[in-house]
Design a protein around this ligand. Structure first.
Ligand code: HEM
Ligand SMILES: *[C@@H]1O[C@H](CO)[C@@H](O)[C@H](O)[C@H]1NC(C)=O
Ligand SMILES: *[C@@H]1O[C@H](CO)[C@@H](O)[C@H](O)[C@H]1NC(C)=O
Ligand SMILES: *[C@@H]1O[C@H](CO)[C@@H](O)[C@H](O)[C@H]1NC(C)=O
Length: 324
């Protein structure tokens, strides 16, 4: 092939690959080649003020993708015709990191205006956060576009809550095309970050209205958590999701579950529900960090592929908080 026809073929390939609804690792390689560097620089700065920022951003990506797909909808503020997902139960006073998303967006608009979507910022920031925490690195499929709508009702119905049964959580994941291996691997994101006392304290005192604590919690761990979250105390006090390595991304989450030291009911259920297919998966990841890391990467890519807007759908928001 001559050089000009190679160029034409490459251009055609790019046009086709951007219009057929597929995300690609090279999406910004000509339009914003430094996108990863820019995101990483902002995250490194942000982490100096907030060790938890990576965890916050990974959770935002999850809560984005589970509601009408990975389309940046969680980032929209209330406005005419927009009922913000930020006010939905699972997000209200809990989802965080929005200011850093805005900092990333501002930095990207300076180097490649109008090019990088807010939905892709969440996907890229998640990978970089996991890597910075000591977890795996991977090539992030990109090319998502941003929604012009939010879905608060969907955020309330589709996001799992910490007191749900394993069966319910499993079906919420299955509804998004994610299987038990994805559920267990992605739950491993609870290897870093924090939860409020209100997200788990019934387990310490009155589990499922039994008047007793959760029998599937190690008693020494429970005693420690009771000091953090006394009965009638501040429901917003924070505890580490992974008590053994709170800020590192590793497989301790799974060894904790094997020792009845999962913080949320939904965490411990993965290991303590007898007969569940998740038990063997927890054991596999608890016994091998590299198996966890490989599975986590695969499942993050799968989650990141939930119904993205591509081609001419949606828009590239100039400000992640509002539609253009
Ligand atoms: C399996 C179902 C899940 C449930 C029920 C659940 C629930 C929760 C809850 C209740 C919190 C604490 C919120 C608070 O107290 O303010 C939390 C935190 C967190 N979740 Fe999940 N989660 C689930 C799956 C996931 C997945 C799939 C990811 C990402 C892949 C994820 C990432 C995180 C992170 C990183 C934090 C800490 C955030 C921070 O420090 O601000 N979670 N989750
Ligand atoms: C990317 O970053 C490098 C080094 O930081 C810089 O020299 C280059 O001009 C940047 N390229 C673009 C397209 O912004
Ligand atoms: C969100 O939380 C605030 C403060 O706790 C509360 O006043 C408000 O009613 C909550 N919003 C919704 C939509 O539940
Ligand atoms: C599980 O889902 C069913 C059906 O949607 C619901 O009625 C039930 O309350 C859920 N259970 C829990 C523990 O959330």
């Amino acid at each position: 092939m001559s050089v000009p026809s190679l160029v034409v073929a490459a251009a055609l390939f790019m046009i086709v690959s951007q219009c057929n609804g597929q995300l690609t690792n090279t999406f910004y390689s000509t339009s914003c080649p430094n996108v990863s560097i820019v995101v990483r620089n902002i995250l490194e700065q942000a982490q100096q003020n907030d060790v938890r920022i990576g965890a916050k951003l990974v959770r935002l990506h999850f809560h984005d993708c589970f509601v009408d797909g990975c389309d940046g909808s969680i980032l929209l503020d209330n406005a005419d015709g927009i009922q913000s997902e930020k006010d939905a139960g699972p997000n209200n006073n809990s989802a965080d990191g929005f200011d850093v998303v805005d900092d990333i967006k501002t930095a990207l608009e300076n180097v490649c205006p109008g090019v990088v979507s807010c939905a892709d910022i969440l996907a890229l920031a998640s990978q970089i956060s996991v890597t910075m925490g000591g977890g795996p690195s991977w090539e992030v499929p990109l090319g998502r576009r941003d929604s012009r709508t939010a879905n608060q009702v969907g955020a309330n119905s589709d996001l799992p809550g910490p007191f749900e049964s394993l069966g319910n959580v499993t079906s919420k994941f299955r509804n998004k095309g994610l299987d038990s291996t994805d559920l267990v691997a992605l739950s491993g994101a609870h290897t870093f970050g924090r939860a409020k006392c209100s997200s788990f304290s019934p387990r310490l005192y009155n589990f499922g209205d039994t008047g007793n604590p959760d029998p599937n919690m190690d008693s020494a761990y429970r005693d420690t958590l009771r000091q953090t979250c006394p009965q009638g105390g501040n429901a917003d006090t924070l505890a580490n999701l992974d008590p053994s390595s709170p800020n590192g991304f590793d497989n301790d989450y799974f060894t904790n579950l094997q020792n009845n030291r999962g913080l949320l009911q939904t965490d411990q259920e993965l290991f303590s529900t007898s007969g569940a297919d998740t038990v063997a998966i927890v054991n596999r990841f608890g016994n091998s960090q590299s198996e966890f890391f490989d599975a986590f990467v695969q499942s993050m890519i799968k989650m990141g592929n939930i119904s993205p807007l591509t081609g001419n759908s949606g828009e590239i928001r100039a400000d992640c908080k509002r539609v253009n």
